[in-house]
Design a protein around this ligand. Sequence first.
Ligand code: SF4
Length: 100
Amino acid sequence: MQAITYYIPMLSDNQVSSLKWILRKPHVNSTCIGCSACTAISGDVFVFDDDGLSCVQSLTNYENRDVDDSIAACPVNAISWQETNSDGSYKDGIVEHIDV
Ligand code: SF4
């Protein structure tokens, strides 16, 4: 029987972070009530738009822990991770403030 050898690439932290950004980023749906919990926890990621709703900044990297803390703190479960295309847009035509 012939042994099968697998190659497992070693990635740096920056490479892993980049891949995570390509694969997913936070999303805010229409249930946002503008309570500011997410902007207080992660002001680099979440900002308010003119309507007082939280929006996700376009970043090359999202701090997973800060986003996870914002997800946990959101009183209406408006924040989630969503898969993205390679250009950073959400997959399947999803846009901000649309329920998914
Ligand atoms: S924590 Fe939730 S409800 Fe509050 S501003 Fe952020 S997304 Fe909106």
